[in-house]
Each structure stands twice: as C-alpha cells, then as structure tokens.
Design a protein around this ligand. Structure first.
Ligand SMILES: [Zn+2]
Length: 231
C-alpha cells in the first residue's frame, strides 16, 4: 500500500506550534522529513524493519526471541503498530473533501458529536492512551457528513501524539475545512504511561480543550456545549 500524497502531514508539524516551542516545531519537521523519505519503502519492508527492531529489544532484555511464546511476537507487534499508527497514511483532506454540504442552519446553532472513542499512542513512551473526544462546531454555511468527524478524530489519534496536540489538531482541521463560526473540542484521556510509572494516576482522566471563534469569545456557547455533552 502506497502512502498518499499528504499535505496534512506538513500541517501536522505546524499545528504543533500552538502548544510547543520553536525547538519542538523544528524537531517535528525533521521527523516528517524522515517519514517522507520512507515513503519509498513498501509496507512489507517497513514491517520487516519493525520486526527486526522488536527482536533486538527481546534479546536486549534477556529474552529468547526463538522460544515458542515469542516466536511470532515481532510480527504481532509490527502489525499492532501499523494499526495504532495508521493515521500517518491518511489526511484530513481525504476524509473531509467531498463530504461537505452547504446548509442553512439556525444562526449560532451548534452541531455536536459526543463520545467519540479513540485509541492513541503517547509520543513520549510509545504507550497507548485512550478516551473519548467531544466535538462541536457552529456552521457558517458548510457542514460535514456526520461519520467524518469520528474518522477525523481517529486519524489524528492514530499517530504518535500528546493529548494537547491531538485536541488542537482536530479543532484546526475543522477550522480549515469548514470555515465555521466556532469550534470546540474536548478530549478525555487515560494514559497508561502515567499509570505504569507509578505516578498513581491510574484511572485519572486528563481533560484538554480547544476553543476557536465564538467558543473562545462567548461563555454561553461553551456552557451550552458542556450541557449538550452532559457535563
Ligand atoms: Zn507517555
């Protein structure tokens, strides 16, 4: 499977600027460059590289990668990584374009899609974090097909992430493609890395929000959003 031409990958690096510093931004561009270089590799070749690396990890922790239980582990891990990180092969443009409709909608009325379950992977530890995203926007003259918003959340989630950036990227994509009067995104996440490192954060819910347009200006709009998602 070839990776699509993906303009959103470039946007992905830029979007980081909203909660990172200049140094981080530059760092991400380097990583993106590497991803582009590897577009030349086939999926099979990339899987083989991951399998080899997992085998190295098994040996380095003192395991025998050739014992029965571990024989297929490198293969399984590579497969899991491809599933957990498949957002790198998708773009917001692919998902949203062609699914937008012009509408007359009540002035300042919002569209809310709540309880979108996602699985993402923390970029600091490459461990999963999971939770729910709640997305609202106030259309100007365009809406997007209902199923597209969960797919957009899923695409950004299935990359190496921090929850703050995930939240901002969802909001920024909606601003870019729908040109709405406002966007609000709330993401809840449980991070396995926090639980594992003995921070005693197991089960703790981290909540991040991103507000654009009317939602940043108007407290009543935010309150209505919270009511509609049951908070
Ligand atoms: Zn982490």
């Amino acid at each position: 499977m070839a990776l699509p031409k993906n303009d959103s990958l470039a946007a992905y690096g830029h979007a980081n600027g909203t909660n990172g510093n200049g140094h981080h931004n530059g760092h991400h561009h380097v990583e993106l460059h590497l991803i582009r270089e590897e577009e030349a590799l086939s999926q099979e070749e990339r899987k083989a590289i991951i399998e080899e690396a997992v085998r190295d990890i098994l040996v380095s922790i003192g395991e025998d990668p050739d014992r029965d239980g571990l024989l297929k582990t490198p293969h399984r891990v590579a497969k899991a990584y491809f599933e957990l990180l498949e957002g790198y092969t998708q773009s917001a443009e692919q998902i949203i374009n062609g699914a937008m409709f012009d509408v007359e909608y009540g002035e300042r009325e919002m569209v809310v899609v709540a309880n979108i379950e996602y699985t993402s992977m923390c970029e600091h530890h490459m461990l999963p974090f999971t939770g729910k995203a709640h997305v609202a926007y106030i259309p100007r003259d365009r809406v997007v097909g209902l199923s597209k918003i969960p797919r957009l959340v899923d695409m950004f989630a299935k990359r190496l992430q921090v929850q703050e950036r995930l939240t901002n990227e969802i909001a920024n994509a909606l601003v870019e493609y729908l040109d709405p009067l406002g966007v609000m995104v709330m993401v809840e996440g449980q991070h396995s890395c926090a639980a594992l490192r003995g921070v005693k954060k197991h089960g703790v819910n981290m909540v991040t929000t991103a507000k654009r347009g009317l939602f940043s200006e108007d407290r009543e709009m935010r309150d209505e959003f919270y009511r509609m998602i049951g908070r």
